[in-house]
Design a protein around this ligand. Structure first.
Ligand SMILES: [Zn+2]
Length: 328
C-alpha cells in the first residue's frame, strides 16, 4: 500500500501527486467537498493555478453565488456516484449529511488502495453512508470525548416544535451559517411548518439554486420584494439570515443555531434571543462510530480542522486499537 497521502498546513488532503481536497497545491486539480470557508481556503489561488476545480454541481454553483471567481472551463462538476479518472486514482463522490452539496470523496488507486475523506458529516450510518476504506481521512471537529450531545437524535423535533410555538406568538428569525439555513428550511417543511420563509439576498440565491437542482422548498421570498413586505405585515413568517449579520433585529423571536453547546438543547439568551444547539456535525460519538464501522487500516486525523484532535487519535489508538495519526 503506497501511503503517499499528506495533509498540508491549511488542511488540504494531498493525494499522491494527483489531486488535493479542500486545500491548495499549485498545478494540482482541486476537489471541493462543500462551500464552508474552512474547506475553501486559498480557493482564489486554485482558481488561478489549478487545472480543474471539481465539486458537486450544487457546490460549484454555490461557490460562484458566494463570490468565487472561477472561469467556466476550470469547473468540473461531478455527480454523486459518477467516476472521474485522475492520474493515479479514480475519484467518486458519495453523499454526506451536512449542508447541501456536501460530498465524501472516495479515491481508488491503481493498486486497489482505497482512500476516503469524509469531509464534514452528521448521522453516520443513517443519512451519511459509512464507506469502507484502507486509509480514512477525517476531521475530528468534535474530537474530545467530552463533546457529546445527548439530544442529537431529537434536536430536529425540538427545533421544529420551538418554531411552531414561536409562530403562534409572532415572527421568528433564524440566524445560521450558509447551508445550515437551507438544511433547516427543508427540515421545517418536512415537519409540517407551512409559514412563508423570508430570506436575505444571498440565502435567497442559494435557495434558488437548490430549487433548480430539484429541492422543493415552497413559499420563500426575497426580503426586499413586495410579496415579502406583504407577508411581513401579517406577522406570520420565518425569517432566515446569516449568522452575525448586523441589522436583522425585527420584532419577534430570534434564534441562533450553534453546534458548540453540549448540555442544553435550547437555551434562553435574553428576552428576545434563544440559542438552539443544532449542529451540522457528528459529535464525538458519531465520529468514533464512523471510524469503527469503516474498518480502515489507518486513520489520518486532519489537525487543521479538528478540535481535540490529539484526544481523538489517542482514543482510536488506545481504546479501539486502530492505527491513527494526527497530521500535519
Ligand atoms: Zn462544513
Amino acid at each position: 500500500m503506497n501511503l503517499d497521502i499528506k495533509i498540508n498546513d491549511h488542511g488540504g488532503v494531498v493525494l499522491w501527486s494527483t489531486a488535493v481536497i479542500d486545500g491548495h497545491v499549485d498545478d494540482l486539480p482541486r476537489i471541493v467537498t462543500h462551500v464552508h470557508s474552512d474547506h475553501t481556503k486559498y480557493l482564489s489561488r486554485s482558481a488561478r493555478k489549478s487545472p480543474h476545480i471539481i465539486g458537486t454541481p450544487i457546490t460549484l454553483e454555490w461557490l460562484l453565488a458566494l463570490g468565487a471567481k472561477i472561469s467556466e472551463e476550470k469547473l468540473r462538476p461531478l455527480n454523486f456516484g459518477e467516476a472521474l479518472q485522475l492520474t493515479d486514482c479514480n475519484v467518486e463522490f458519495r453523499r454526506a449529511l451536512h449542508i447541501p452539496g456536501t460530498a465524501q470523496v472516495v479515491c481508488e488507486a491503481r493498486d486497489g488502495t482505497r482512500v476516503v475523506y469524509t469531509s464534514d458529516f452528521k448521522k453516520p450510518g443513517k443519512e451519511t453512508p459509512i464507506i469502507n476504506s484502507d486509509v480514512l481521512v477525517i476531521d475530528a471537529v468534535y474530537g474530545d470525548p467530552s463533546y457529546r450531545r445527548f439530544f442529537d437524535d431529537y434536536i430536529d423535533i425540538l427545533l421544529a416544535d420551538f418554531v411552531k410555538e414561536s409562530l403562534a406568538k409572532g415572527p421568528i428569525y433564524i440566524h445560521a451559517y450558509y447551508g445550515k439555513v437551507q438544511e433547516v428550511m427543508n427540515l421545517l417543511r418536512n415537519k409540517g411548518i407551512d409559514a412563508p420563509f423570508i430570506l436575505d439576498p444571498k440565502q435567497y440565491i442559494l435557495a434558488k439554486i437548490l430549487e433548480k437542482h430539484g429541492w422543493v422548498i415552497k413559499d420563500y421570498f426575497l426580503n426586499t420584494s413586495d410579496e415579502a413586505q406583504e407577508v411581513m405585515r401579517t406577522g406570520w413568517y420565518v425569517y432566515f439570515t446569516h449568522l452575525f449579520r448586523k441589522g436583522v433585529n425585527g420584532f419577534g423571536t430570534h434564534v441562533r443555531l450553534s453546534g458548540w453547546e453540549f448540555r442544553t438543547p435550547i437555551k434562553r439568551v435574553n428576552h428576545r434571543w434563544w440559542q438552539i444547539a443544532f449542529s451540522d456535525h457528528a459529535d464525538f460519538e458519531g465520529l468514533v462510530y464512523y471510524v469503527k464501522m469503516a474498518k480502515p487500516k489507518v486513520v489520518l486525523v486532519n489537525s487543521v480542522r479538528s478540535t481535540g484532535g490529539y484526544s481523538f487519535v489517542s482514543y482510536l489508538n488506545k481504546k479501539l486499537g486502530i492505527r491513527a495519526y494526527l497530521l500535519p
